[in-house]
Design a protein around this ligand. Sequence first.
Ligand SMILES: Nc1ncnc2c1ncn2[C@@H]1O[C@H](COP(=O)(O)OP(=O)(O)OP(=O)(O)O)[C@@H](O)[C@H]1O
Length: 308
Amino acid sequence: MRPIIEVRDLSKTYASGTHALSGVTLDIAGGEILALLGPNGAGKTTFISITCGLVTPTGGSVSVDGHDIVRDYRAARSLIGLVPQEITLEFFETVMNTVRFSRGLFGKAPDDAYLEKVLRALALWDKRDAKLRELSGGMKRRVLIAKALAHGPRILFLDEPTAGVDVNLRREMWEVVRGLKKEGVTIILTTHYLEEAEEMADRVGIIDKGRLLLVRDKTELMHEFGQKILTVELTDPVAALPAPLAGLGLDLGDDGRTVRFRYDTHADRSGIARLLAEFAGHGLAVRDLSTEQTSLEEVFLRLVRDMA
Ligand SMILES: Nc1ncnc2c1ncn2[C@@H]1O[C@H](COP(=O)(O)OP(=O)(O)OP(=O)(O)O)[C@@H](O)[C@H]1O
């Protein structure tokens, strides 16, 4: 099936001379959730802005369901909803009027039945006659999504949807996004929160200094680059580990008891048997063992470091 978004060799150099994007090529499949991760200034917002026609690329192309975003701007843009980073709302307007207005901006005929569906999906229907200033922060964020969906787009861009919101609200937003995916909406989100990508994304793209370092199925990425950490708890604390153990790349915790050992889950030998034999050989009694998978955060930091 043809991807819903095709990005080819996309570049952007701002008038200031900043290369915000360099040679980005990417296909986004209909119905997927793609999380774009990257440090500040990586080029994520520039990518979104180009795709939404707010910024002109200096090289390459983006097409949305076959419509070029420059040559065929209107058709491409009508397929996209954009939830910006900042809350930009008319605080004295009601929820219903706000979404009606957004729909009108796209030249779509009024369709209150459709807007009702959107507001219900976002748990805002009961608030349809409330003025925006009367809403909680979480509701305001949901109104931003309702506005972005008002013209019935098939693709939704969420730029840092949960920046600066508390944990409960973040979870609430995740639920909303999952619900939209079920409706068949393609979702591209940028985030600084790796937990968010880990929780939500089907695929993860990593951008750094304007380059797309990789795009990979999230589970594959975690599996391929993930390491496991074995935590060994010693029966008696030690001031330092015996010298022969130092070469194994172990971390001794401040308590002198907890030893952490990273190992590659794909290596033929994990090194655990040798490690435990060394512990026994040096008279270190082990009280407990546990293992954990490294998080996407660690995968991300390693990739950005390795590819820098
Ligand atoms: N209008 C502009 N004029 C000149 N430079 C810009 C402009 N917008 C962005 N930049 C620069 O382009 C680079 C990429 O910025 P962009 O906002 O796309 O990154 P980002 O990944 O979205 O960052 P953040 O996570 O901080 O939002 C940065 O160096 C930024 O300073």
